[in-house]
Every structure is written in C-alpha cells, then in structure tokens.
Design a binder for this molecule. Structure first.
Ligand SMILES: *[C@@H]1O[C@H](CO)[C@@H](O)[C@H](O)[C@H]1NC(C)=O
Length: 127
C-alpha cells in the first residue's frame, strides 16, 4: 500500500469513528415507552445509561396510545401538557443534539401522571 492510500484510510477512519460511537438507547428497554410498572421505572432506566450528544433515543410504543414531547423541567415536574411540543406520534428515534438536561413526557391523558416521563442528562460528544 502506498503512503497516500494509508493516509486516505486514516482520514476516512476519523470521519467514520464518531458515527460508530453514537449509541441508540431503547427507552425503557424491553418495556418500551408506556405507563411504567412502578413510578421510578424511567428514572432507574436513565440512571443505567450514559447519554452523549449524537446518541439517539428510540421510543417504542403503539401509535395513538402514547406520544413523546420534549418539555421544560417545570412542565415535566407538574405534568403540564398544554402547549407541549410533541416530537413523535409513533415509535421512532430522537437524536440528542445538545448537552444538558432533557425532559420527555407523553402528553396522552393520564400518562405523565402515571410517571410515563423521563429526564436525562446529555454529556458532550464522547469523541
Ligand atoms: C418494540 O416493541 C415490540 C413489542 O413489544 C417488540 O417486539 C420490539 O422488539 C420492540 N422494538 C425495539 C427496538 O425494542
């Protein structure tokens, strides 16, 4: 292999590496995104994961039954769904594009009150 090709390979590896490190987190693991079995369920789930910018959250749920909105902490704490910006209405991935605290709730009636909500802290990109 010529030195030129080796450098090209290194360059391409550097481009690809950050993507390879991005993790997809299935929210709630096998339980998916639903009314949790106990109130601390999603807090426990979040505490077992490390979130970095560039990772994605996969919310797995039945369309119509739930949704996902990203809300400020106050709305999260008090389950204020009015005016909440719903980001997905059926199962799908949400990319974590910024550092800091992120709060997600389901705006469907009664969901947030049963603790179908998750707060997580996103760290800078791991690369
Ligand atoms: C989503 O939930 C369904 C039904 O429980 C399950 O079969 C599927 O494997 C889940 N998908 C992911 C990515 O966890």
């Amino acid at each position: 292999m010529t030195p030129f090709n080796f450098n090209m390979l290194m360059f391409m590896a550097m481009l690809v590496a950050p993507m390879a490190l991005a993790t997809q987190h299935v929210v709630g693991d096998n339980d998916g995104w639903s009314n949790p079995r106990y109130p601390e369920f999603y807090a426990e789930w979040a505490s077992l994961h490390t979130f970095n910018v560039g990772d994605t959250l996969f919310f797995n749920f039945t369309k119509e039954a739930h949704d996902v909105a990203e809300v400020p902490q106050e709305a999260y704490d008090q389950c204020h769904t009015e005016g909440a910006k719903v980001i997905i209405k059926s199962a799908g991935a949400v990319k974590l594009t910024s550092c800091g605290a992120h709060h997600y709730i389901s705006t469907r009636k009664g969901d947030c009150e049963t603790h179908q909500k998750v707060a997580l802290y996103v760290q800078p990109s791991s690369v």
